[in-house]
Design a protein around this ligand. Structure first.
Ligand SMILES: O=C(O)[C@@H](CO)OP(=O)(O)O
Length: 248
């Protein structure tokens, strides 16, 4: 029996709408994002893919998305686990900056390096900066050197994969349909692992907001085939829109 994994990027957030780098800043869903989350729930229900357990980040936009989608799919009651390891990539000193202004100021090459390179992190965010997460009570259990001040995708993989192995894989092994509700870059990290995407090729992968992506996994918890979006046309349009961010 294949194992079933459903990945869901949160719906459009208030800062996605304003075109701001977000990272670990805890913004909420926009009205559009709320509607996308409800649509994700409909897609789950229509496809008969009913999650038994939810794993989310500790960021409100992912939690809201999961709550809305599961409510629509009549699965609001399932077990939930949350981890900072599923959080969005920490965007360092770019957090809170306008993407279009950043593109204009630093040029397309630097902008793309910061957004999509595998191993070039943005500049570090100072602990006393407005959008720093230092002192945020939800990270009270993290050692100071575990709390990121910036991250590249390589760093996200390093902190996300241990959680995949220790918490998500056991649920899959127990025969549960697992829903992971997370973020553009933490899901890019997981898809890179699952699909064996190279360090350079991963720059081209963008994950749309609010559309469930379904994988059937074998006994080694690796995909038996490509992941499939439950609304492929909307997913292609959404991914193209993410790629074009910054260009206004
Ligand atoms: O701002 C962010 O945190 C992410 C996701 O919204 O943006 P990007 O797609 O530019 O990595």
């Amino acid at each position: 029996m294949p194992h079933t994994l459903v990945l869901l990027r949160h719906g459009n957030s208030e800062w996605n709408q304003k075109n701001l780098f977000t990272g670990w800043v805890d913004v909420r869903l926009s009205e559009l994002g709320t509607a996308e989350a409800a649509r994700a729930g409909e897609l789950l229900a229509e496809s008969g893919l009913l999650p038994d357990v939810l794993h989310t980040s500790v960021l409100t936009r992912a939690i809201q998305t999961a709550n809305i989608a599961l409510d629509v799919a009549d699965r609001a009651w399932i077990d939930v686990r949350r981890s900072w390891r599923l959080n969005e990539r920490h965007y360092g000193a770019l957090q809170g900056l306008d993407k279009a202004e950043t593109l204009e100021k630093y040029g397309p090459e630097q902008f793309q390096l910061w957004r999509r390179s595998f191993d070039v992190p943005p500049p570090v965010l100072a602990d006393d900066a407005e959008y720093s997460q230092v002192g945020d009570p939800r990270y009270a259990n993290l050692a100071d050197d575990e709390l990121p001040r910036t991250e590249c995708l390589k760093d996200v993989i390093a902190r996300m994969l241990p959680y995949w192995q220790s918490d998500i894989v056991p649920d899959l092994a127990a025969g549960k349909t697992v829903l992971v509700t997370a973020h553009g870059n933490s899901l890019r990290a997981l898809v890179k692992h699952l699909d064996g995407i190279g360090d350079d090729e991963i720059a081209e992968l963008n994950i749309p907001t609010g559309i469930p992506l379904v994988y059937r996994l074998g006994d080694d918890f690796m995909p038996l085939g490509p992941g499939e979006y439950l609304d492929p046309a909307a997913a292609a349009a959404g991914a193209a829109a993410v790629a074009a961010q910054g260009k206004k």
